[in-house]
Design a protein around this ligand. Structure first.
Ligand code: PLP
Length: 232
């Protein structure tokens, strides 16, 4: 069941790549197992997934302990500064950096733990809605320039959470704008900064996101089924 779901999503990604003239190997599927038990994640691992995303530090750390060692873990949720110490050195990528203060805390903790490089993405509030998290598109370049001064923190690209919409086509301009922004910043050739990664697209809109240039898609519901927050 979960295996079929996972393979189906992967197939949809591959087909979207073909439509867009992209190489499917450019796109990594992150299985988002938040609120779901480790056994379910193990099933998706057995189906071939090696990238998993979580949005809560405690749950992430618990699952890292239980699940196979060769998983690339992605911190995709809002990160508080006082929790940075628990994940530095353990995760492959932090997707949700949206302030210099947070990046500075990552710097402090990576120095402390002797972690050479901590790859991060800048979370962009690309829809310009009154969303709680993310940097305004016009402020991204400035923030990237400041973070580039930090020794251990490595900006690898951009991430966004698009709004939930009935017709995912509505999010296409947002994804397109993200790609443009990444190309724009890449063109600045800032030392230690790359814009190779574009993390965008969720269950509702990952196909559109891939067509518009996503290199990481974060898919939960389409693989694991609906989340039931009431019982967790
Ligand atoms: C939960 C979550 C996802 C996955 O959402 P689905 O709609 O279930 O695919 C992706 N990204 C972030 C940041 C999330 O919190």
């Amino acid at each position: 069941m979960l295996k079929e779901n996972y393979l189906e999503v992967r197939k949809n990604i591959d087909e979207a790549c073909k439509r867009a003239g992209r190489n499917p190997e450019e796109v990594t599927l992150i299985s988002v197992g938040k609120t779901k038990p480790a056994e379910m994640l193990q099933e998706v691992y057995d189906a071939g997934s090696r990238d998993f995303g979580e949005n809560k530090v405690q749950e992430l750390c618990d699952k890292i302990e239980i699940l196979p060692r060769d998983i690339n873990w992605h911190m995709i949720g809002h990160l508080q500064r006082n929790k940075v110490k628990y994940i530095v050195g353990k995760v492959a990528l932090i997707h949700s950096v949206d302030s210099l203060r947070l990046a500075e805390e990552i710097e402090v903790q990576s120095a402390k733990k002797g972690v050479d490089e901590v790859p991060i993405l800048i979370e962009v509030n690309a829809a310009n809605e009154i969303s709680k998290f993310g940097v305004k598109p016009e402020d991204v370049k400035q923030l990237v320039t400041e973070i580039a001064e930090l020794k251990h923190v490595r900006v690898k690209g951009l991430m966004t959470v698009a709004p939930y919409v009935d017709d995912p086509e509505e999010n296409r301009p947002i994804f397109h704008k993200m790609k443009d922004l990444a190309v724009d910043i890449a063109g600045e050739n800032i030392d230690n900064v790359s814009m190779d990664i574009l993390s965008m697209g969720m269950t509702n809109d990952y196909i559109i996101a891939v067509e518009e240039g996503a290199t990481l898609v974060r898919v939960g519901t389409a693989i694991f089924g609906a989340r039931n927050y009431a019982t967790t």
